[in-house]
Design a protein around this ligand. Structure first.
Ligand code: ADP
Ligand code: GLC
Length: 530
């Protein structure tokens, strides 16, 4: 028997609004908020980065004594802080200035130039998390995320023991009971859930690095981190957890195939077959991303109900026109009108600029398309070659293309979602994708690759059995196929008939909140400790 706190700890590298490098931050900020509202005791654990905005932290307290860990011969001290993030989510911060007091989360250029010591940094994070449990009390469940949370299951096991907690009777009441309740239960360690947000990032290092990060040598095995002679952080996370989830149903199938499995498809196939791999669709924070109340956009949507009908199209048209005018005035671009006398539709891109997002192919589709009938605003950071291409396009099509590259700007992202008619996302793979969900909430029609979470969220207008189409899905997102999809949307837009109005209204009606998915996670938590 051991003593546990009736809590679930979310452990990950980002949490919006404190710190965000992509969708992981959004999920770590929004899902705990929803679970907390339904009465579950959640804490979020993240590193104490330099770039966390202090105004977003509340009641921060240092917890004593500080912890210590040896990486090889080198001793490191670290601190633990507790408090609340904006929105009243209880948090634990792992403080280690040498590792976390830096400008970026993973490295510069949206993480493309990763810090060389990221393995040490996230090993420190795992040791800090396990130590925080010893001081603050062991939670019933730990929910770790992505490769950067991949060392958490191992360090928990080596610190507390291998035997998973087991509750007798119903677990529901326990997780929902008042915070701070202590439970005596069988087992030594929390149950561990692990979520894969993107299999393309596995935290792979040389196997020699294994000996410098404070891990028991027994984890140097193919049943843990060893993968064909390398150290694979994500693999260890998957292997040493009790349940694994990924962020959309379609992606959970795709990753069991060699095409999308990035070398871990065999492991994932085994998990899937034994019922331990689940695809649970992400949601977005519908309060934060709300066209009616969003303070970061220039004009709010003037409609009461959340269930839109075709009659509401005029209000949406107005919302788009006003936000487009404001955005264009911010970036000094003039509205261009096509031969049919209608303004060109505005295509928006808000994205990390890495190969996986297919923005390169989108840019090529415009390069190949003389006189393309669109205006385009691109916000993104990432690979130099893609940033350069976007900037070059904006140079040669000054009146039609505007690119903001090199860094991310949250306010501008809201303005682009609100102003764009079309949102483009031709990803080569997409575990879930939140940008398309946000874009739809702001009434954009989405042109997306037919993969992963995009397949699960965009209703394809070329599928004749689709009753409520909200965009277009592209089978093989090469430049020609992207152009084909954009041309099809342009034709709908210019006809100005019910087809375009339908697409906009269906899109805006999607409302991808956390509702159903949060319930699925709750059930997973209840079952995993029984
Ligand atoms: P991913 O996590 O793969 O980048 P998602 O679509 O899941 O893609 O998440 C996108 C989220 O990250 C949105 O909130 C979007 O506004 C934001 N975002 C997009 N590009 C960047 C960037 N370069 N830096 C930080 N956040 C970004
Ligand atoms: C990753 C994926 C993205 C997903 C996000 C949140 O960054 O690339 O598809 O939406 O995580 O789960």
């Amino acid at each position: 028997m051991s003593e546990f706190n009736n809590e679930i700890w979310f452990v990950g590298a980002e949490m919006s609004p404190l710190v965000k490098a992509g969708g992981l931050g959004d999920v770590m900020g929004s899902l705990p908020k929803v679970l907390l509202k339904s009465g579950i005791n959640i804490r979020v654990v993240i590193p104490y980065y330099k770039n966390i905005i202090p105004e977003n932290l509340i009641e921060i307290k240092e917890v004593y004594p500080a912890g210590k860990v040896n990486f090889g011969e080198i001793p490191f001290e670290f601190g633990i802080k507790t408090g609340f993030a904006m929105g009243d989510i209880p948090i634990v911060l792992i403080e280690q200035n040498h590792f976390f007091n830096r400008e970026d989360v993973y490295g510069s250029h949206g993480g493309v130039c990763a810090y060389k010591d990221n393995l040490w940094r996230y090993a420190m994070f795992a040791h800090g998390t396990a130590y925080a449990m010893k001081i603050l009390g062991i939670p019933l469940i730990v929910h770790a995320h992505d490769w950067s949370g991949g060392l958490v299951p191992a360090v928990i096991r080596q610190t507390l023991g291998d035997k998973k907690v087991l509750i007798e009777g119903t677990s529901e009441g326990i997780l929902n009971a008042k915070l701070g309740r202590r439970i005596n239960a069988k087992g030594l360690r929390p149950a561990i859930v692990f979520t894969i947000h993107n299999l393309a990032y596995q935290g792979v290092y040389g196997i020699d690095d294994f000996y410098d990060i404070g891990l028991d040598f027994r984890y140097n095995s193919s049943e843990a981190f060893e993968h064909f002679g390398t150290f694979n952080s994500l693999k260890g996370g998957i292997k040493l957890s009790d349940a694994v989830t990924t962020v959309s149903p379609t992606y959970s199938n795709e990753i069991t195939t060699p095409e999308f499995g990035f070398g871990l498809d065999g492991e994932l196939e085994m998990f899937k077959r034994s019922g331990r791999l689940n695809g649970i669709l992400n949601g977005i924070d519908l309060d934060y991303w709300n066209p009616k109340t969003d303070r970061l956009v220039s004009h709010n949507l003037n409609l009461k109900d959340d269930k839109y009908t075709l009659k509401d199209y005029k209000a949406w048209e107005n919302f788009k026109a006003k936000n487009k005018k404001a955005l264009f005035s911010d970036i000094s671009m003039s509205l261009k009108t096509g031969p049919e006398g209608k303004p060109f539709p505005l295509i928006g891109v808000v994205s990390r600029l890495t190969e996986e997002k297919g923005i390169d192919e989108f840019l090529d589709s415009l390069f190949n398309w003389k006189d393309f009938p669109f205006q385009v605003v691109i916000l993104g950071s990432g690979r130099d070659n893609i940033e350069d291409k976007a900037n070059y396009l904006s140079k040669i099509y000054r009146d039609k293309v505007y690119a903001i590259t090199g860094s991310y700007n949250e306010t501008l992202s809201h303005k682009i979602y609100a102003a764009s008619d079309i949102f483009v996302m031709p990803s080569k793979f997409e575990p879930c994708g939140l940008s398309q969900m946000i874009a739809m909430r702001y009434g954009c029609v989405v042109a997306a690759a037919d993969t992963g979470g995009l397949h699960d969220t965009v209703s394809d207008m070329t599928d004749l059995s689709e009753k409520n189409p909200s965009g277009i899905l592209i089978k093989h997102a090469n430049p020609d196929a992207v152009a084909w999809a954009l041309n099809a949307l342009y034709n709908c837009y210019i006809e100005d008939g019910s087809k375009w109005h339908n697409l906009v209204i269906n899109s805006a009606n999607k409302h991808f909140g956390w509702g159903d998915s949060a319930k699925i996670y709750e059930n997973l938590y209840y079952n995993i400790i029984k």
